[in-house]
Design a protein around this ligand. Structure first.
Ligand code: SF4
Ligand code: SF4
Length: 182
């Protein structure tokens, strides 16, 4: 898909056209506690999208660093829903296979989706098991936390399943996600 089509796809998502109101003041980037780690701050990402540079925007690690802290939204003079737009970028980068290889968070999202797809609900132990298969050292680092949670009965080893888990699994179907985010 070419850049123009990707840009239109982004604009057609529920919050996509909101970035047209961005005045590039940079308040979001200045307020963001993670800007130092991001290759582009939120302001720069929005500039890329408006310029039609969709592939760099979708390959950027920036949305994957966003922790939904709301600092940017609270201060944006144009009330732009930065977090929703970050989620939109994440969904599109997954949909078009442009997820940055260098970042581990997409693997955590995948582990989360796999567990919810199989069981219909979240299970922290299973998420870490799936994620740990890709990043065993990270999983090992968290063993002491897991043991402490087990001791305090805050972690279940075996996941519970919901009755309608097949329906939940359909939510992660690519075509259905595509329709969902239109
Ligand atoms: S604070 Fe709002 S208007 Fe300013 S650059 Fe960020 S998104 Fe755009
Ligand atoms: S919500 Fe995301 S982009 Fe906005 S300030 Fe927080 S981390 Fe940064």
């Amino acid at each position: 898909m070419d850049e123009k089509n990707l840009q239109n796809r982004f604009y057609d998502t529920p919050y996509g056209r909101k970035i047209l109101k961005c005045i590039q003041c940079g308040t979001c980037s200045a307020s963001c506690p993670l800007t130092g780690l991001m290759e582009h701050g939120p302001r720069e990402i929005f500039a890329l999208i408006r310029d039609g540079d969709m592939e760099p925007a979708l390959r950027s690690e920036t949305p994957w660093y966003c922790v939904s802290c709301y600092q940017c939204i609270a201060r944006c003079p144009q009330e732009i829903p930065v977090i929703d737009l970050m989620y939109c970028l994440k969904r599109m980068s997954i949909e078009y296979d442009l997820v940055p290889d260098s970042h581990k968070i997409p693997d955590l999202y995948r582990a989360f989706s796999q567990v919810v797809g199989h069981h219909g609900r979240i299970s922290e132990a299973m998420v870490m098991a799936h994620y740990g298969m890709l990043h065993p050292l990270d999983a090992l680092k968290n063993i002491s936390v897991a043991l402490e949670l087990l001791k305090r009965k805050r972690l279940e080893i075996l996941p519970q399943q919901i009755i309608g888990r097949r329906w939940v699994a359909q939510l992660s179907d690519r075509e259905k996600v595509r329709k969902y985010i239109k």
